[in-house]
Every structure is written in structure tokens, then in C-alpha cells.
Design a protein around this ligand. Structure first.
Ligand code: AFP
Length: 309
């Protein structure tokens, strides 16, 4: 019997009918991720001696991943501006005043502090039409993440379903899950932040989930924790407002908007506790927001309990 030949990423992007420029951006992030994957499993993890917008020491890997992805996005010839979590300002590739092209926001290596304890980390990418990378999340035309775990996987959506590809031993991303869908409700929850810093209404939500038998699953890496909820078919990831940080920890342009786009595309939901993440006005590279993301039922439950202040 003829061996089943799995579909590659470019073949899927073309069959998905995605505009060539957008397809090339998604594909080139996949190319970049192979170099990041290699560097992670063989490269130098020492400090790079620089720091990012948030004043965090940059691991050499952060800086290297950022450079690799930036170069591959420029290589497409279709990206006009980018913002990266590791850069302190907008990077302009194309100064021409013209229509078309794309803007890209990315976190090159989210959770990088987990690499040296051999936990999974990821690359997160949001894609917008035009030149402005600081648009509201609802205006995304595509989003993807790469998860560097026991296997290296790439999950994307460009408006026609959510699809997973796995990097094989030949260095090809082959289709492993197509049209991923979340159930209405799940059984796992990921409670970010310190319990001692929880606001009372958030504490009530976490206690409710525990009292109702939800299993706690939290790695400290946004990409693996979200990926688990997506592929297990449901659950709730939370990183709340706390007594120490009224806007929580996670960044709207680089982490929350792309993951909210993907989760909604898979039939889930993403809220700041009151309204959809994708409806938040995005105005600053350093903008953060509380997040409740996962199955529709759990996100609705979170909004209901949080509203009882
Ligand atoms: P780092 O990139 O500083 O490791 O933070 C990772 C992260 O931004 C996100 O990936 C996690 O969901 C979240 O922080 C974990 O934060 P806590 O360590 O406060 O739980």
C-alpha cells in the first residue's frame, strides 16, 4: 500500500487559498523556527549583555531568535514593519508610501527563562494587513505559534481553521492535525500569578474551579500551556490582574492578541475578564492585560464570577 504522504506546510497554505504574501510570512516563520530549534538544542545560553524594552536581561538565545525571525520576515519582501518583544521600537523594512504588504508582531522566544531547565518554550506571531503593527487584535489576518517541546510543532490560522504541523527528521513541517476545534467545556485550568497577590473575585474563580474537579496544569510557558488546552480540547488559562499588577503580566500585541485569534478560530474565547481580548484598543508595545482564554463555557464562567465584585 502506498505510504501515506503527509501534506507539507507550503502545500497546505496554497490549498488553504491564502494570499501569497501572507502564506510566505507564515512559511518563513517556519523556516526561522528550524534555526531557532537548532540553536536551542545546541547553542550558547549565556547572557547577551543587552536588555529589552522591559529591562529584562536578554539571553543570547532571545537575541539570536529575534535576529533570525527578523531576517526571514525581511526576506519575504512583503513585510513593511515589525515589532518584537525583544526590540524597544518599531522596525521599518519598507519606507515607501504604498498600499499592500503586512505588519508583524512577534515574541521570538516566549518563556525563554525556561530553556535552561529544559521546559518547553515558543515563538508567537500576529500578522496584520498594511504597515501598522499596533492594530487591534480583531484586525489580524493570521497568527501562529511554534512550540519547541519534545516535538517541534507549528500551529497557524489565516481565517480558515486552525492547523498543526510537526517538524520531521528531514526538517519538513508536515500536517498532523487539521481544523482543530475546542469543545464547549474542558477539565484543566492554568492559574498564572501568585495566589497571595490574587484579587478576591479572582480567588473565588480559582476556588470554584478547584472545588469542581478541574485539574491544574501550569508550566510557566504561555505557548505550551495554551497548546495543551487547544489540543486537549478545552480548559481555561488565566493570568489575572493582581494586587501588584493591575494589568496582569502578559503583553497584548505579542502574546494575547495572536493566541486570542487562534483560540477563537478554534471555537474558543479570550477575555480580559469583562470583554473580548480582540476588542481591546492596542496602543502601546508594552501594553498588558489580564487574560482568561480557552473553552467558551469556562471563559463565560470567569466573566460571570469576576463581575460579582
Ligand atoms: P518569561 O518570558 O519571562 O519566561 O515569562 C513567560 C511568560 O511571559 C509566559 O510565557 C508565561 O505564561 C508567564 O510569563 C508565566 O509567568 P509566571 O512565571 O509569573 O507564572
Amino acid at each position: 500500500m502506498q505510504k501515506h504522504v503527509k501534506r507539507g506546510l507550503w502545500n497546505h497554505l496554497m490549498k488553504d487559498g491564502i494570499e501569497m504574501g501572507l502564506a510566505s510570512i507564515i512559511y518563513e516563520v517556519g523556516v526561522a523556527s528550524k534555526y531557532v530549534n537548532h540553536a536551542m538544542r545546541t547553542g550558547d545560553l549565556g547572557l547577551a549583555g543587552t536588555s529589552n524594552l522591559y529591562g529584562e536581561d536578554q539571553l543570547a538565545l532571545d537575541v539570536l531568535a529575534d535576529e533570525i525571525i527578523k531576517d526571514r520576515l525581511d526576506h519575504t519582501g512583503r513585510v513593511r514593519r515589525i515589532i518584537s518583544e525583544e526590540q524597544s521600537e518599531i522596525i521599518i523594512f519598507d519606507r515607501e508610501k504604498r498600499s499592500g504588504g503586512y505588519a508583524v508582531c512577534y515574541d521570538p522566544l516566549d518563556g525563554s527563562s525556561l530553556v535552561d531547565v529544559n521546559l518547553s518554550v515558543g515563538t508567537i506571531v500576529a500578522i496584520y494587513a498594511g504597515e501598522d503593527p499596533l492594530q487591534d487584535g480583531s484586525r489580524q489576518v493570521g497568527a501562529l505559534y511554534v512550540l519547541y517541546g519534545p516535538r517541534t510543532t507549528l500551529v497557524y490560522s489565516a481565517g480558515h481553521g486552525v492547523h498543526e504541523f510537526t517538524l520531521n527528521s528531514l526538517g519538513e513541517y508536515v500536517l498532523t492535525r487539521e481544523n482543530i476545534r475546542l469543545k464547549e467545556s474542558g477539565r484543566i485550568f492554568s492559574p498564572g500569578g501568585l495566589r497571595a497577590d490574587y484579587l478576591p473575585e479572582h480567588e473565588k474563580l480559582v476556588s470554584h474551579l478547584e472545588d469542581n474537579g478541574y485539574k491544574l496544569r501550569y508550566s510557566g510557558g504561555f505557548v505550551p500551556d495554551i497548546n495543551q488546552i487547544l489540543l486537549k480540547g478545552g480548559g481555561l488559562f488565566m493570568y489575572p490582574a493582581t494586587t501588584k499588577a493591575a494589568s496582569g503580566k502578559l503583553r497584548l500585541p505579542f502574546e494575547l492578541n495572536p493566541m486570542a485569534y487562534l483560540m477563537e478560530a478554534a471555537g474558543g474565547a479570550a477575555s480580559d475578564g469583562e470583554k473580548p481580548i480582540l476588542e481591546l484598543k492596542c496602543h502601546d508595545l508594552d501594553q498588558r492585560s489580564p487574560i482568561y482564554i480557552g473553552s467558551r463555557e469556562e471563559v463565560a464562567l470567569a466573566e460571570k464570577i469576576l463581575s460579582r465584585k
